[in-house]
Design a protein around this ligand. Structure first.
Ligand code: DAH
Length: 347
């Protein structure tokens, strides 16, 4: 037994720190081997009990020495491992680029809406915004809608019961209501552009949605003429769709403008040759417009003998569809990152 203990003491003393590559795990293995409950030293102490008394003193001293040597080795290993880890931590390359943060991008509708506003800002229009929950007066009556007009129908409009018994409150069906709000509170000259969200009771499909966006423009001053409207439209079309763009106006009807027109632009995809997008006509319908009906000016407290104006309104989803050849309206609202990310580079 004495020689076995001496062998162990030698083994421990000679155990080589540098060979402990797997650091903490190897230190633990060493500890378990010698100092564990069923380890070498514990079993030697068991055997020690059976020794004749005259050998106990010498062997006991050696056993204690073995135990102390093992504990010392463990402390030394731990210190060595810690030192190694500290050294390797300071070797991290702090110039390595960090993981990229996921940046969001602006929604294509915001991009297009901002672009429209900027184009009008360059010719002196300022942005006006207003409420999305509107009353009948601002949505329809002040805009010269006759009492029996279908837009007032429950079929087309989401009515909201805002106050008990009050039935004339609805989610706005168009941004033309902002015209009324602005004219009621300001004096000509008025030059505003009103971007915003509108709501209509439509079934959702590739071409229609119950929530969409419009931009409205209004210009009221002395002697505003149809020629001013036409030139503004041409300027806008060229800025938005390119210098080569041509426009044409078709007579139309809106309750709040007289005369009224719809504007088409030359197809920016086939350039007039005929394609599926323009249904082989070479023209794309873009917006509604006209000279503000004198009844609307009067309803808003503006003298229609002194002042005249033009107004126009367009759908933002449609603008984006034509500009970026987006085929399905539902894509705008589905939050599919594969779709949304495509517009990162156009911000
Ligand atoms: N408010 C119309 C709509 O919702 C669009 C419109 C047409 C606005 C003609 C106008 C306009 O200002 O003059 O479809």
């Amino acid at each position: 037994m004495k020689s076995t203990i001496l062998d162990y003491i030698k083994e421990i003393q000679e155990s080589n720190i540098e060979q402990f590559k797997d650091r903490a795990a190897e230190v633990e293995q060493f500890r378990i081997k010698y100092l564990g409950k069923k380890g070498v030293i514990a079993s030697l102490f068991e055997q020690f009990k059976a020794l004749p008394n005259d050998q106990k003193k010498e062997v006991g001293q050696m056993l204690n020495q073995l135990k102390n040597a093992a504990q010392e080795r463990i402390e030394a290993f731990k210190a060595f491992v810690e030192q190694q880890e500290e050294a390797s931590a300071s070797q991290h390359d702090l110039t390595m680029p960090a993981d990229l943060a996921q940046l969001g991008s602006r929604h294509v509708l915001s991009v297009v809406m901002n672009e429209i506003c900027e184009i009008f800002a360059r010719i002196g229009f300022t942005v006006a915004e207003s409420v999305e929950i509107e009353d009948d007066w601002h949505l329809f009556s002040a805009l010269n809608f006759p009492p029996d007009h279908p837009a007032r129908d429950m079929q087309d409009t989401f009515f909201v019961e805002k106050e008990e018994g009050r039935q004339d409150v609805a989610l706005r069906t168009h941004t033309s209501s902002v015209q009324v709000r602005v004219m009621e509170h300001s004096k000509p000259p008025i030059r505003i552009i009103a971007p915003g969200r509108v709501f209509r009771n439509e079934a959702i499909s590739a071409r229609a949605h119950c929530i969409f966006h419009q931009v409205e423009a209004l210009y009221v001053d002395e002697k505003v003429s149809f020629a001013d409207l036409k030139q503004t439209l041409l300027y806008f079309a060229k800025e938005m769709f390119g210098e080569q763009t041509q426009i044409r106006l078709r007579p139309s009807y809106f309750p709040f403008t007289e005369p009224s027109a719809e504007m088409d632009i030359s197809c920016n995809i086939c350039h007039g040759e005929g394609c599926n997008i323009c249904k082989h006509t070479g023209w794309l319908e873009i917006l509604g417009c006209g000279m503000v009906d004198p009844n609307v000016l009067e309803a808003c407290g503006i003298d229609s003998k002194k002042y005249s104006g033009f107004a126009l309104g367009m759908g933002v989803e449609r603008m984006a569809m034509l500009k970026y050849q987006i085929r399905d309206l539902r894509l705008y609202f589905e939050n599919d990152l594969r779709f949304l990310r495509q517009f990162d580079n156009i911000i």
